[in-house]
Design a protein around this ligand. Structure first.
Ligand code: ADP
Ligand code: ASP
Ligand code: MG
Length: 423
């Protein structure tokens, strides 16, 4: 008998019929002798609907007081789906109880809309498990030290599930979703994408941080920190599929590297349309200029991602960087107010129609020429690269958003990631 955590995403919880299916699947696992904890997301579309209602009343939701209310609103989606799942489980004859984040409690910091989990109290959950109940815990939400409801950022139910699994020292955390595992790239963009039966933790961390939304980045960080066995699999298989077959399906996140050594140099491709580029043209090329520009941006708590500084021409240079699109207007306003007055006749330009495409693979450590193959592939497609950033196991380029799908498809083919052709 093992303690298992299941997480079901929005599509998997998308209707009463699907919730009934989830309940049947969970009941099957419980009847096989496992202690079950289930973390559901809000029903699909619900979080967007709730956030949309709030935006109708106040389009600019950025002050701490407004973000606090936004969390109180957004968190209700998971509360509804958790209650529904507990009812469905009871209808299947399984004793079950649902808890909101604050009832467990899942303690977080106070960073509304992107809170971080600090600790999870396991007392209540363990007591319920001990008497044979299936425990349903809301994903996406927690409570700060002042009793305020917080949420963990979009896609945060993954993180709730892995954190709960870590706190309970669960045997495994199974992330059930609308795809049957982690693919070489988003199968919605490249239908030829191939499912990976395993992926290394490091590669998964990069893919998630670079935009592959199949797992929220923080869930992968938690899995790494607490060594939580993590598997991504489909919730759309028949609920009564053989449990051993189910338990070995999907994609396992592995913590050993060497078994990958013989595999592809590039394991996956991620893309991200959430960033915007800001350029300061003709700033004085002198020591301290990067700090002069980015210091106020950092002070305003705005994350900067890719940065590029051009070669100097006549003592002047161009400086570009990317921020999240949600922070674009704020960053431009801040630069105009605080930085531009000190940069002579520099010009500020911005571009919100960019995207970042990244190739990821631990094989890149031991192979040269991978980045140049990426650049030549994009050049063959006539795609201009605006910015480049690399690390040991990834190379990212910033390009015009309209070429995103073309770039991902071309790279997927160039790095031989497609499914083997049928014999
Ligand atoms: P859930 O609601 O279950 O959390 P998400 O929509 O958050 O589901 O994540 C699953 C989606 O992630 C898939 O439908 C797929 O379109 C997308 N995705 C992006 N990159 C990948 C990838 N490399 N492998 C699998 N799915 C991916
Ligand atoms: N319901 C939340 C969202 O849509 C959390 C999640 O689904 O993981 O972002
Ligand atoms: Mg998700």
């Amino acid at each position: 008998m093992a303690l298992i955590v299941h997480k079901y995403g929005g599509t998997s919880m998308g209707s009463p019929e699907r919730i009934r299916n989830v309940a049947k699947r969970v009941a099957k696992w419980a009847r096989a002798g496992h202690q079950m904890v289930v973390v559901p997301s809000a029903m699909s579309g619900e979080t967007n609907r709730l956030l949309g209602l709030a935006k109708e009343l106040s389009p600019e939701l950025s002050t701490p007081d407004l973000l606090r209310e936004l969390d109180a609103i957004a968190a209700t989606g998971e509360q509804v789906s958790s209650g529904l799942l507990a009812i469905a489980l009871q209808a299947e004859g399984m004793a079950s109880v649902s808890y909101a984040g604050w009832q467990v409690a899942i303690a977080t910091d106070s960073a509304h809309t992107k809170a971080r989990i600090q600790s999870i109290d396991d007392v209540r959950v363990r007591a319920d498990l001990a008497v044979g109940k299936v425990v349903v815990i809301t994903g996406f939400q927690g409570v700060d030290e002042n009793g305020n409801i917080t949420t963990l950022g979009r896609g945060g139910s993954d993180t709730s599930a892995v954190a709960v699994a870590a706190a309970l020292k669960a045997h495994e955390c199974l992330i059930y979703t609308d795809v049957d595992g982690v693919y070489t790239t988003d199968p919605r963009i490249v239908p030829e994408a191939r499912r990976l039966s395993t992926i290394s933790f490091e590669e998964m961390l990069e893919l998630a941080s670079l935009g592959a939304k199949v797992l929220q980045i923080r869930s992968v960080e938690f899995a790494g920190k607490y060594r939580v066995p993590l598997r991504v699999l489909s919730s759309f298989t028949p609920w009564d599929i053989n449990i051993v077959e189910e338990a070995t399906s999907g994609t396992l996140i592995t913590f050993e590297e060497d078994e990958k050594m013989e595999q592809a140099v590039v394991s996956g491709i991620a893309f991200n349309r959430d960033e915007a580029k800001i350029s300061l043209l003709g700033v004085p090329d002198k020591p301290g200029i990067a700090f002069q520009i980015l210091g106020p941006v950092a002070d305003a708590n705005i994350d900067v991602d890719v940065i590029i500084q051009n070669v100097s021409h006549g003592g002047k240079t161009d400086f570009s960087f990317t921020v999240h699109r949600n922070d674009y207007a704020r960053t431009v306003a801040l630069l105009k107010a605080q930085v531009m007055p000190k940069t002579g006749d520099a010009q500020l330009t911005g571009d919100t129609k960019i995207c970042k495409v990244s190739i990821v693979g631990i094989g890149m450590r031991s192979h040269v020429g991978v980045a140049s193959r990426m650049f030549s592939t994009l050049s063959d497609e006539g795609i201009n690269i605006q910015m480049i950033t690399t690390s040991e196991i990834k190379t990212s380029v910033v390009i015009d958003e309209k070429y995103m799908e073309l770039a991902v498809r071309a790279l997927h083919k160039a790095f031989d990631l497609e499914q083997p052709a049928a014999a």
